[in-house]
Design a binder for this molecule. Structure first.
Ligand code: SAM
Length: 172
């Protein structure tokens, strides 16, 4: 079970990037995203993607980050450019345990660095929570996210050229 906790989400300003974080979480094998600010629009958009493209991904906004972190029993990873090397750290995570991945938006409070079991960097340059999350999830599940079946109403069939989409939305 993998949960992503997005902290410092600013409604309006972070709408697009937090949506992308949620889409990456879903597509790359996480089970849930928790967002600290209440944002009905993001909940609606992500739930709509899940309804159409399938899977059992959950989205919840307006969560109490302190409570979630305090009550988390298993592994906590904080993604930060100040952390330790991805490839070395990812192998140290106990995969039998549930995983909470924390990513920031604005400046991340110091207590997150202290409470995390692993502060992991995806390179030590500043880039994006979207890319950092994608690479961590890919390394963590060793690329197996690509095999996941979503069984959605909409299914894309890979093509050399053009687009082939199976749309079961209006069937039955
Ligand atoms: N300025 C903020 C700070 O000092 O905490 C971080 C802003 S950054 C755009 C947003 C998030 O992207 C970070 O909280 C971190 O989770 C992620 N991030 C950015 N670069 C990263 C890197 N090289 N490795 C891991 N995570 C990274």
């Amino acid at each position: 079970m993998i949960t992503v906790l997005r902290i410092g989400h600013r409604i309006g300003r972070d709408k697009r990037i937090t949506t992308h974080v949620a889409l990456v979480a879903r597509a790359f094998g996480a089970n849930k995203i928790l967002i600290d600010s209440k944002d009905d629009l993001i909940e609606k958009n992500i739930s709509s993607i899940c309804k159409r493209f399938g899977g059992d991904f959950e989205v919840q906004t307006g969560v109490n980050r302190k409570k979630i972190i305090r009550e988390w029993k298993d592994v906590i990873v904080h993604l930060t450019m100040y952390g330790e090397n991805l490839d070395e750290s990812v192998n140290l995570i106990d995969k039998k345990k549930d995983l909470l991945i924390i990513i920031g938006a604005e400046k991340v409070p110091q207590d997150i660095y202290e409470i995390a079991d692993f502060n992991i960097s995806v390179g030590n340059q500043p880039h994006s929570e979207v890319s950092a999350l994608a690479l961590l999830l890919d390394r963590y599940n060793e690329g197996k996210w690509q095999e996941k079946k979503f069984n959605g109403k909409i299914e894309i069939v890979p093509r050399k050229k053009g687009k082939k989409v199976i749309n079961k939305e209006h069937v039955g």
